[in-house]
Unconditional design. Structure first.
Lengths: 100, 168
C-alpha cells in the first residue's frame, strides 16, 4: 500500500521542478511546458487526495484544470506566434518593451 | 507490488521532468513532458482514477502536446540560448529558492495523516469510475461545467484574434 504522503511528495517535487524551469528557462515555449508541468503536479495532489478520501470532487477539479490548461495552451501559443512574427525570436529577454 | 509500481513511475516522472529543464531544444523538452504525462497517467491508475488516467492520455498527451509540438515545428526553433550574460549569477539563485519552495510544500503536506486507500475491487468502487464522475459532473457540478464551455469559447476567439495576421 502506497502512503498518501508519497504521492503528495511527488506532487511537490514536480511542482518545484516546474517552478525552477519557469525561472531558469529563457525560451517562451519551454516556459509554457514548465507551466504545464506545474499544473500536472497540482493535478496529482488532487487525484491522490480524491482517491484516498473517497470524494469524486477532486477528480472533477482535475477535469476543469485540464480544460483550463487546454484554453491556456491555445491562447498562449497564439501569443507566442504573434511575438515571433514581430520579433523573430522566442527569447523572453527580447520581449522587454514594457520593462522600465 | 504497488510500492514498486509507484517508485518506477515516480522515478520516470521526475526524471522526465528534470530532462525537460536540462534540454536546450524545446522539441526534446516537449517529448520529455509527454513522458512525465504518461507516467502520471499510470500513477492515476494505481489511485483507481481510471477516467482521469484516460483523459490524461487523450486530452493532455494527445491534444495539448500535439498543439505544442505543432507550434514548435511551425516556428522551426533554434537552440535556447541565454542572451543576457550579465544576469548569469541570478540563475544559480534558483537552486536555494527551489529548495525553499520544496520545503514549504512538504511542510504544508506534513500534517496530512496517512490514511488507507478504501479497500475493494475496481468494479465496486464508486470514486474514479466514469459513471460516478459523469453523474456528479451533470448534477452537483453542472455550473462549473457550463462555465468551462464559455472559457473554451473565449479561448477559441482569443487564439484566432491573436494569431491572425494584421493585414489579413
Amino acid at each position: 500500500m502506497v502512503p498518501l504522503s508519497w504521492y503528495l511528495a511527488l506532487s511537490a517535487a514536480l511542482f518545484t521542478i516546474g517552478a525552477v524551469g519557469v525561472i531558469v528557462k529563457r525560451n517562451a515555449i519551454a516556459i509554457f511546458l514548465c507551466i504545464e508541468l506545474m499544473l500536472n503536479g497540482a493535478n496529482l495532489a488532487l487525484v491522490a487526495l480524491s482517491g484516498f478520501f473517497g470524494d469524486v470532487g477532486g477528480q472533477l477539479f482535475v477535469f476543469i484544470v485540464m480544460t483550463v490548461a487546454a484554453a491556456e495552451a491555445a491562447v498562449g501559443l497564439a501569443i507566442i506566434i504573434s511575438i515571433f512574427r514581430t520579433r523573430e525570436s522566442l527569447n523572453v529577454d527580447d520581449a522587454d518593451t514594457m520593462k522600465l | 507490488m504497488e510500492r514498486v509500481l509507484f517508485i518506477i513511475f515516480a522515478a520516470a516522472a521526475v526524471g522526465s521532468a528534470l530532462n525537460l529543464i536540462a534540454q536546450r531544444n524545446p522539441m526534446y523538452s516537449a517529448l520529455s513532458l509527454i513522458g512525465t504525462l504518461a507516467s502520471l497517467s499510470a500513477l492515476y491508475v494505481t489511485l483507481h482514477a481510471q477516467f482521469v488516467a484516460a483523459m490524461q492520455i487523450i486530452v493532455y498527451a494527445g491534444a495539448i502536446m500535439v498543439l505544442f509540438v505543432f507550434v514548435i515545428m511551425l516556428l522551426n526553433l533554434q537552440e535556447d540560448q541565454p542572451r543576457i550574460e550579465k544576469q548569469q549569477w541570478l540563475r544559480y539563485l534558483a537552486v536555494p529558492f527551489a529548495a525553499a519552495l520544496m520545503a514549504e510544500a512538504l511542510y504544508v503536506f506534513r500534517n496530512v495523516k496517512d490514511i488507507r486507500l478504501p479497500a475493494g475491487s475496481d468494479s465496486d468502487r464508486a470514486v474514479g469510475a466514469t459513471w460516478s464522475i459523469g453523474t456528479s459532473l451533470f448534477t452537483d457540478y453542472l455550473l462549473p461545467f457550463e462555465v468551462t464551455s464559455v472559457l473554451i469559447l473565449m479561448a477559441i476567439v482569443g487564439a484566432i484574434v491573436l494569431a491572425r495576421r494584421e493585414d489579413g
